[in-house]
Design a protein around this ligand. Structure first.
Ligand code: ATP
Length: 195
């Protein structure tokens, strides 16, 4: 029984990792992240096939041309992408495949044939998002400003095209938002437990 992949999106600081880690703790054998391809060099400690598939640029360009990717994007000088095979490999294991992508990636995947569930996780307001990003303390001031700018632009775009997502989870109270996430994927979660 194949589970529908989840395309998870939302601003940096909105709570994607928090909600997903909680779900992975409660259901340790139910989820798997798809492994993306990238042309960037591995950082110390990163492993091919675990963190990314590190790929030569010419090879990756050829794969893109051959339509092997569900979505791909350029960040800085490097190419990144999610291959169809990476998602299929997880589907075969019976787990729920999780794709954590930015808004542009969501739109690209929508244009593919993937039968996914599109979930947006966002903070209630930009002010609260800012507070959480500062409290998390993982970014410098400049990076926080950049994330907030992105969040504001994306928010305006999403408000115009809310149908892009099957569910928009407002991460106000964590337990409530978590429950909404679990309720949304309940049917597939049950399949993973029956294996
Ligand atoms: N409902 C909540 N109430 C209060 N704080 C929260 C809530 N959800 C998440 N947080 C906190 O907000 C911060 C941002 O959450 P998190 O790191 O999960 O965001 P993210 O969407 O995964 O961001 P990124 O895309 O940068 O990885 C974290 O410090 C987290 O502990």
């Amino acid at each position: 029984m194949v589970c529908r992949p989840i395309v998870l999106s939302g601003p940096s600081g909105g709570g994607k990792s928090t909600i997903l880690s909680k779900a992975m703790q409660e259901y340790p054998n139910s989820f798997a992240f798809s492994v993306s391809h990238t042309t960037r060099q591995p950082r110390p400690g990163e492993q091919h096939g675990v963190h990314y598939y590190y790929t030569e640029r010419a090879k990756m360009e050829e794969m893109i041309k051959n339509g092997e990717f569900l979505e791909n994007a350029k960040f800085g000088d490097n190419l990144y992408g999610t291959s169809k095979k990476a998602v299929e490999d997880i589907e075969k294991t019976g787990k729920i495949c999780v794709l954590d992508v930015e808004l542009q990636g969501v739109k690209n995947i929508k244009n593919s044939h993937l039968d996914a569930r599109y979930i947006l996780i966002r903070a209630p307001t930009l002010q609260i998002l800012e507070q959480r990003l500062r409290a998390r303390g993982t970014e410098k001031e400049e990076a926080i400003a950049m994330r907030l700018k992105h969040a504001k632009e994306d928010r305006e775009e999403i408000d115009k095209t809310p149908h892009l997502f099957d569910v928009i989870i407002v991460n106000d109270d964590l337990d409530r938002a978590y429950k909404e996430f679990i309720d949304t994927i309940q049917e597939d979660l049950e399949k993973t437990l029956k294996k």
